[in-house]
Design a protein. Structure first.
Length: 602
């Protein structure tokens, strides 16, 4: 082990340099081991019951921090050297040995040249494993005439060299691994094929680089593929976040409880859908100020489904936001402060927007907790690897986490307007395109269901983020979105939260929450719609119905609707301008708003 004095931002220990990720530090290539390697005594615990419940139990731990200059005794994280194979930039010798000088490891060759990590590693196609390319074994394999008996039985492990020669060609053909004894030479162009390592008999070790051989519980039968060390697909993190809010029960669950504790509930169940059920349900509905269908659904609801809703992060957040906004001016203290507005507070300001929005929230302070659940490699369909690989059944898993404090803007859309719009056949047909593609993908099931309201509100959030970046003082990458769009329950959700959070600022700068005032927000929303009405890639973009990864975007591209992938819940997927602004005989949710604004200015 060696202490390398290098600082990472606290947020980088969750993303992008969390467990399983490769990070370059001062000429070294390192990989972060799982949290079972963490010193838990120096890692502070973060508390967020809602997030822990979503993770299925465990402990949230923050990486150790320090102020001032790092020293030998500074609390730190352990990183593993990977790949182990390196070459000397002076003598070109290739090895995985580390020199020691006066009892300390040194990143230098015996000739004095610096050691450079090999640029290619081997990744398992489906098992999410990663390992070194066995360069000596690979360089002495192949199916050409150069594999003689001398090459096959060569054992000159210390005489490999990584050379470049333009005489052999350009690109990867000019980069070769040579053996000084048997004179075997092989170009990297023979390494990168999809089946290259399979043909050479190189198999997956079935473990992560920091795990010992004893940790392998079963062999991995998946094939390996050689990829560049810094390729994006080498690490696909799976993170989850939650807002630290007073837990509120959604209206649908409150109705379930009220119905099942009502005096007439037993009679309703005994009738079991008979001729008196509707009459009894009507009596209950009148007392509870709800609909008959809601009462019947609550009475015969599946208990498992209700339990799932209880633990839904967004359900609790939606209930908390709507409760806060009813209070108007929020005089409470703590980490969740929201001032509520209605369009009626500004009756003469952009009246075109009033029917669409039912409420606006200035989120003056909010606490967010983010945790790294685990990761995958190569493709989103690969096996999931947990952030804690401790296999002790009594061990409580530890998740890397951090807490951030910030501000934001919450928009609540009118449910009646949204329901009438999404009931139109053309709107349903448009959203069904994305729904079908999501169902055909092996990994897209992890994304939200692209019902019309979700796609529309998600796209509006992106358009507003792009516009807010010009007015708030924050870059678009510093802004985050949270979309509340679900029509499957009796208390349908329809809203968006745009917020910013930082780990080193107690509430951030105030520039975003100031714009949540209707006199600032309404013009910004109109400007965002006006920006998106014409894309620099039109007419190609607006007429398109297959853009983005796995064609999970319709009319949305970098010229109009895409933002930083780290700011988007779905990684810039499930977007469509037509469902917002209309087009191709598809009515847009805010199509009339933009038309009315333009007519009023003529």
């Amino acid at each position: 082990m060696q202490n390398i004095k290098h600082d990472l931002r606290l947020s980088e220990t969750v993303s992008p340099f969390g467990v399983g990720a490769i990070v370059d530090v001062r000429g070294e290539s390192l990989i972060a081991p799982d949290t079972s390697w963490w010193n838990r005594r120096i890692s502070p615990e973060i508390h967020c019951d809602r997030l822990v419940a979503q993770l299925g139990g465990g402990i949230l731990k923050q990486a150790p921090t320090h102020s001032g200059t790092a020293g030998n005794d500074t609390p730190s994280l352990l990183y593993w050297r990977f790949p182990a194979w390196r070459f000397c930039e002076r003598c070109l010798k290739l090895s995985k040995l580390t020199g020691i000088d006066k009892g300390k490891f040194r990143n230098a060759c015996d000739c004095g040249g610096a050691l450079v990590p090999m640029r290619y590693v081997a990744v398992c196609k489906t098992g999410s494993h990663i390992q070194d390319v066995p360069w000596f074994k690979w360089s002495h394999r192949g199916y050409d005439k150069g594999v003689t008996e001398e090459v096959r039985f060569c054992r000159a492990y210390a005489e490999l060299r990584f050379v470049r020669s333009s005489k052999r060609g350009e690109g990867l053909a000019s980069l070769r691994v040579e053996c000084g004894k048997c004179k075997r030479s092989r170009p990297l162009s023979e390494l990168v094929g999809s089946d290259s390592l399979i043909r050479d008999g190189i198999k997956c070790d079935g473990r992560q680089p920091w795990e010992s051989e004893d940790a392998t519980t079963k062999p991995c039968e998946a094939s390996l593929i050689a990829v560049q060390r810094g390729a994006n697909g080498n690490y696909i993190a799976e993170r989850v976040s939650a807002l630290d809010i007073p837990e509120e029960r959604p209206r649908s669950l409150q109705i379930v409880e009220q119905v099942r504790t009502h005096d007439l509930y037993t009679r309703l169940v005994e009738d079991n859908g008979g001729p008196k059920s509707e009459q009894i349900a009507g009596w209950i509905a009148e007392e509870l100020d709800t609909g008959i269908n809601d009462v019947l659904a609550a009475a015969f609801a599946n208990d498992g489904a209700s339990e799932t809703q209880v633990h839904s992060l967004k359900d609790g957040e939606w209930a908390a936001f709507t409760k806060k906004m009813k209070q108007r001016r929020d005089l409470a203290q703590g980490n969740f402060i929201v001032d509520g507005w209605t369009p009626n507070d500004y009756p003469r300001l952009h009246t075109e927007i009033h029917p669409v929005l039912s409420g606006i929230g200035q989120v003056r302070r909010v606490r967010e907790v983010r945790a790294l659940k685990g990761f995958r490699r190569h493709t989103p369909e690969s096996d999931f690897v947990r952030a804690d690989l401790d296999r002790d059944p009594k061990h409580r898993p530890v998740y890397p986490a951090l807490e951030l404090f910030g501000e934001g803007i919450f928009l609540r859309f009118d449910e009646s307007v949204l329901s009438n719009w999404e009931a139109q056949p053309a709107v349903k047909a448009r959203a069904r395109i994305l729904a079908d593609r999501r169902s055909q993908s092996e990994w897209a099931h992890r994304l939200d269901v692209p019902e019309p309201r979700f796609v529309a509100l998600h796209t509006i959030a992106h358009l507003l983020v792009r516009r807010l970046a010009f007015a708030s003082g924050y870059s678009s990458a510093a802004l985050q979105e949270r979309v509340y769009a679900n029509s499957e329950r009796s208390d349908k959700t329809a809203g968006i939260l745009i917020y910013t959070a930082a780990g080193d600022a107690q509430g951030t700068l105030g520039g975003l929450v100031r714009l949540g005032n209707p006199r600032h927000l309404f013009p910004l929303l109109v400007a965002a719609l006006d920006d998106a009405d014409v894309c620099s890639n039109d007419p190609v973009c607006i007429e398109s119905d297959r853009q983005g990864a796995s064609q999970l975007n319709l009319s949305a591209c970098h010229g109009c609707a895409l933002i930083s992938e780290t700011s988007c819940e779905t990684g810039n997927r499930l977007l469509d301008r037509q469902l917002v602004l209309g087009g191709s005989e598809v009515p847009g949710l805010l199509e009339d708003v933009l038309k009315a604004v333009r007519n009023s200015t003529r």
